[in-house]
Write a protein that binds this ligand. Structure first.
Ligand code: PRX
Length: 639
């Protein structure tokens, strides 16, 4: 029996769950009515598996729902309280944000951006990032935000795949007091791309930059732009954004989200999970470059007219206390972060948070990776002072919004540290075995989603076939999440990590195939395999194995540095392996598949189990020796 915590906010609206159980389509239609539509939809759901059309024919605009509807009652309410890494703050009220968005939308229009065009946004965490997104959605352009920690090669791949007409960036961004020169990265990324018409450059750091004829400064673009720009009336299915994420194939997948369904999902979950009230100050620490930032920094809070914090920099910069300092300074009441960040804060010791006034907090959330029960309890006791419910929210880039979570906004149920509790109303999730049959309680299986849900991706950008194959082919007409989970005797869901070749390092999704193909593009590497091993801080870290081409005579240390640099350059620092092992062959099955399970076991010094399907058993002994020797020498060096 796991420990339970009876803590809630006293809300209990059992009607919502009851309604969702009788007819999920009618239920979501009722939720959608809470948004502002220019005209109603024809049919709530057209389900032609695996393609769902939610609210087709209805006319709506995301930017209108985030801004215009608040002008009557909340014009002077802070929408964004931006905290720079340097400590400076900037407040944008709903009116300020509305005007900035309209001006910038007019600026985009003046460059010829129209409905359906794609715009890549490569910006640090500054208010102009949400402003750019909302300006795009206002005029019907599809935004594609690329996390500003990604390399120029990753950015290039995304700009090319989306065929973006415009790239929005800044001269640079601050990270731990240093400047990352984003404009230079963009220049490298777009070489020979004639389809990119303009680069809009925000002056954040004011460092000197090279401007070419297709570059235009943000300030020049909006200087004479009118401050009124009517929101386009867009179909419920209009593509709001593409967000690239790693999957099991070498190339990142362009997850495409629509408008009406996505906004409905966010509107509902933001209220149910976070119990948002007019007086709250909401702080989600995610970078907008990831889906959490899209859904619960940009769209979710703004749809509700909430006040939120957007923080520019690293969570432990310049001091380990930075987050607690922000919470105290701005009286944050709802805090949403990741287990990796929490593990780091926990390591810094309790004295740090204990020396801050965190009394405004009333609800805490976690997302992105499994939260260990010890970390949950620390969060509950030390940060929440045993008075805030801690919600563990499970979802994915593809689901658009939260799918499994305790929902203090509508329900009070006992919390179990490490469990997401139950699926949200209106979704049908279960755990199945290899044959697609539901597993008994407390049995590990695959997490699947049986009915379409409003926030679900429309497809993968430009690749319906890949969409079908990646999510809908393992089990007939049900969505395969790629995650393992189990349901306990009380019906609580426990997420148990990825079931596919996707790694989760510090909560970031990294595809093994993407990393391997990057490694073999190094001229000295013939073959490679990567796998994740558990890590106290990051949840999981990457271990790589490389087989060198014949006659390569370089020292391993030199090669290791070259490969790490290449990964940083081609993908980004988040994908750098903790350790690279050089071996003469990789363990493969007779059909030629690399046995990652085995590599993982060896790297962890675990039992290697059944190797009867292995093609060459000698490969195992060699890898075991290499790993042991390397681990020994690292230990000696450390002593
Ligand atoms: O493995 C699950 C893990 O993160 C994956 C989705 O990653 P991404 O698309 O980057 O979105 C992250 C933010 C929503 C999932 O397949 N994951 C996410 N939330 C949790 C989680 N694992 C366990 N517990 C969670 N709360």
């Amino acid at each position: 029996m796991s420990e339970t915590f009876n803590i809630g906010l006293g809300n209990n609206d059992s009607e919502i769950r009851k309604q969702s159980e009788s007819d999920f389509i009618a239920f979501w239609a009722d939720q959608a009515k809470k948004l502002a539509w220019f005209s109603p939809w024809d049919k709530t759901l057209e389900w032609n598996p695996p393609f769902a059309k939610w609210f087709e024919g209805g006319l709506i605009n995301a930017s209108y729902n985030a801004l215009d509807i608040h002008q009557k009652n909340k014009a002077n309410k802070p929408a964004i309280i931006w905290e720079a890494e340097s400590g400076e703050s900037r407040i944008l009220t709903y009116k300020d944000l509305w005007i900035e968005v309209q001006k910038f939308a007019n600026g985009l229009k003046s460059l010829g951006v129209t409905k359906g065009d794609r715009v890549t946004i490569y910006l640090p965490m500054v208010p102009e990032l949400p402003i750019s997104m909302l300006a795009c959605s206002r005029i019907g352009a599809t935004h594609t935000v690329v996390f500003s920690g990604f390399s120029s090669a990753s950015l290039r791949e995304r700009i090319e795949d989306s065929k973006s007409k415009i790239v929005i960036t800044s001269d640079g961004g601050y990270r731990r007091g240093k400047i990352v020169k984003l404009k230079e990265i963009v220049d490298e990324a777009i070489q020979n791309f004639d389809f990119v018409k303009n680069i809009i450059v925000l002056e954040r750091t004011k460092e000197p930059i090279q401007l070419t004829s297709r570059d235009i400064l943000w300030s020049d673009l909006i200087k004479n732009a009118p401050s009124e720009c009517e929101a386009e009336k867009l179909d419920g299915l209009h593509p709001l954004y593409i967000l690239y994420t790693s999957g099991t194939t070498g190339k990142p997948k362009g997850v495409l989200h629509g408008t009406g369904g996505y906004l409905t999902h966010l509107y509902s979950t933001f209220e149910w999970a976070f119990d948002i009230k007019d007086s709250d100050v909401f702080f989600c620490t995610a970078d907008i470059g990831w889906v959490t930032g899209h859904s619960y920094v940009v769209y979710g809070p703004l749809l509700h007219g909430a006040t939120e914090i957007i923080y520019e920099g690293a969570p432990d910069y310049p001091e380990a206390s930075r987050m607690w300092d922000i919470i105290q300074k701005h009286k944050v009441s709802i805090f949403y972060t990741t287990p990796t960040a929490l593990r780091m804060f926990m390591k810094f010791g309790n004295d740090i948070p204990n020396s801050f006034d965190l009394s405004a907090l009333r609800l805490l959330g976690s997302v992105g990776e499994p939260i260990n029960p010890e970390v949950w309890k620390w969060y509950y006791e030390i940060i929440g002072k045993e008075k805030c419910p801690v919600i563990d929210t499970w979802w994915q880039t593809e689901t658009g919004g939260i799918m499994i979570s305790a929902l203090p906004g509508i329900e009070t149920i006992p919390l179990k540290p490490g469990s997401g509790t139950r699926p949200i109303p209106g979704v049908n999730i279960s755990i199945v075995d290899e044959e697609g049959k539901e597993v008994p309680p407390n049995t590990k299986g695959y997490l699947i989603i049986k009915n379409p849900w409003p926030g679900m991706l429309l497809t993968l950008w430009g690749d319906d076939e890949k969409y079908k194959k990646a999510y809908w082919s393992k089990f007939q007409n049900v969505y395969y999440s790629g995650d393992y989970a189990k349901i306990d005797e009380d019906g609580y869901f426990w997420l148990l990590g990825r079931a596919d070749d996707v790694l989760k390092v510090a909560g970031h999704r990294i595809g093994t195939a993407e990393l391997e193909s990057c490694m073999v593009s190094h001229k000295d590497i013939a073959e490679s395999a990567v796998c994740g091993i558990p890590d106290d801080l990051k949840g999981e870290v990457i271990i790589a194995f490389a087989v060198l081409k014949e006659n390569v005579k370089k020292e391993y240390a030199v090669l290791e540095k070259e490969i790490s640099d290449k990964i940083r350059n081609d993908i980004g620092p988040i994908a750098t392996p903790k350790q690279i092992y050089f071996v003469s062959k990789l363990p493969k099955t007779r059909s030629g598949k690399i046995m990652r399970r085995l590599l993982k076991a060896i790297a962890n010094n675990d039992s290697i189990g059944d190797v009867s399907t292995l093609e060459d058993v000698a490969a195992v002994a060699e890898i075991q020796n290499t790993v042991q020797e390397l681990q020994k020498s690292i230990k000696e060096k450390n002593n």
